[in-house]
Design a protein around this ligand. Structure first.
Ligand code: ZN
Ligand code: ZN
Length: 375
């Protein structure tokens, strides 16, 4: 059985409505809140009243309590913490609707922001990994004040305007009842303290900007857009707060020969028509050094030769992409008479002199007449 009678604490009957409970609590909170009445006995009583309200204003908890359990007893969660961190403003907000989201003085120390830099990498570096130097401009802790923001030998003093609360509250009477308004203290900007002599080095911010050199390890298989996170290498926060992270976004420098598509590499190789017809071996400088690539006789324009596992290593998992060689067959131009003669002979032998369908009979006649005319 619970040891405290919550109904008695609030001074309401056991069948009191939620409205009655609210009203009772509001009346008691005004009398007993520590912001108004700080003596220890009153604070203890305020805590009891608040606990009682927490239980009875919540239908589920009230039911538990009515059945003989104490929802605030240890093991049931809340454990009476409700009263402690609960400001007068919060209570008034609970009744009159939120008028504010501020809650006591805010800290001058905050975590720093993440920083992002871009770094250009060569194809081979992206493929096989590399270690690179990086210059970053970020905020670091001010060496003069060690992040405190105050001149050496001085310190922050409590703000007189808000007595260190960081916010200024006003209760106004209106025809709807009392309305509580709370706003950040304009004198101290909500910090609750003022800086009488800001550090000259950092103007009170506790940090200064500087350029640093970092070394970054680039894993094999990265691509444009890959972001590498360096924990704690971002901006130091105001007031010497912990730094954010640094993200290094990689940008691939275009390669003169290879285009990258995922883990595959593509390149184009020009082939003479004769080489394409007869077959040949081409020497190609790949990421792994010179490779001899065999082109079989009868290679076609637009044909793609696949060289397995000569692409970029996969960032996740094992294996590598492929190297895809696109063939571009060049038709010879500026034939001398001997070359033309040979080609004509070849065309005759292959019965390709007058390809079917390529020229209409009328065009054929025109072609013949024109050729004869220039003989
Ligand atoms: Zn400083
Ligand atoms: Zn203030």
């Amino acid at each position: 059985m619970p040891t405290t009678d919550y109904y008695e604490v609030l001074g309401v009957s056991r069948d009191a409505s939620t409205d009655d409970i609210k009203k009772a609590y509001r009346r008691l909170a005004r009398q007993l809140h520590p912001d108004i009445n700080p003596d220890p006995h009153t604070q203890e009583r305020f805590k009891e009243v608040t606990n009682a309200y927490e239980v009875l204003a919540d239908a589920r908890k009230r039911e538990m309590y009515d059945l003989g359990a104490d929802p605030l007893a240890s093991g049931n969660g809340a454990g009476g913490g409700f009263g402690a961190g609960f400001s007068f403003t919060d209570i008034m907000d609970a009744f009159f609707g939120g008028t504010t989201t501020t809650r006591g003085p805010r800290s001058r120390v905050r975590r720093g922001q993440d920083a992002l830099v871009r770094l250009e990498v060569e194809l081979a570096e992206a493929a096989f990994g590399a270690t690179k130097d990086l210059h970053v401009d970020t905020a670091i802790v001010c060496g003069t004040c060690q992040g405190a923001g105050t001149s050496p030998g001085t310190q922050m003093v409590t703000c007189h305007s808000c007595s260190g609360r960081g916010e200024i509250s006003q209760v106004q009477r209106s025809f709807l009842g009392q309305v509580m308004t709370t706003r950040p203290c304009p004198q101290c900007h909500g910090f609750g303290t003022v800086n009488p002599r800001p550090c000259v080095e950092c103007a009170g911010d506790g940090r200064v900007r500087t350029r640093r050199n970092l070394t970054i390890k680039i894993p094999a298989g990265v691509d444009s857009g890959t972001r590498i996170q360096l924990a704690g290498e971002g901006e130091v926060g105001p007031g010497g707060g912990p730094p954010g992270d640094l993200y290094v976004e990689l940008v691939m420098r275009p390669h003169p020969v290879f285009d990258r598509n995922g883990d595959d590499l593509h390149c184009t190789v020009e082939l003479a028509m004769t080489a394409a017809a007869l077959g040949t071996t081409i020497e190609l400088e790949t990421l792994d050094g010179a490779e001899s690539i065999e082109v079989k006789a009868g290679a076609q324009h637009g044909q793609i030769l696949k060289i397995p596992a000569r692409g970029v290593p996969k960032l996740r998992g094992t294996g590598r992409g492929d190297l895809l060689v696109h063939l571009e067959v060049r038709t010879p131009t500026r034939l001398d008479s001997r070359q033309e003669e040979l080609l004509r002979e070849l065309a005759q032998l292959r019965n390709e002199e007058h390809p079917h369908g390529a020229v209409s009979s009328q065009g054929q006649n025109l072609f013949t007449r024109l050729r004869d005319a220039f003989k």
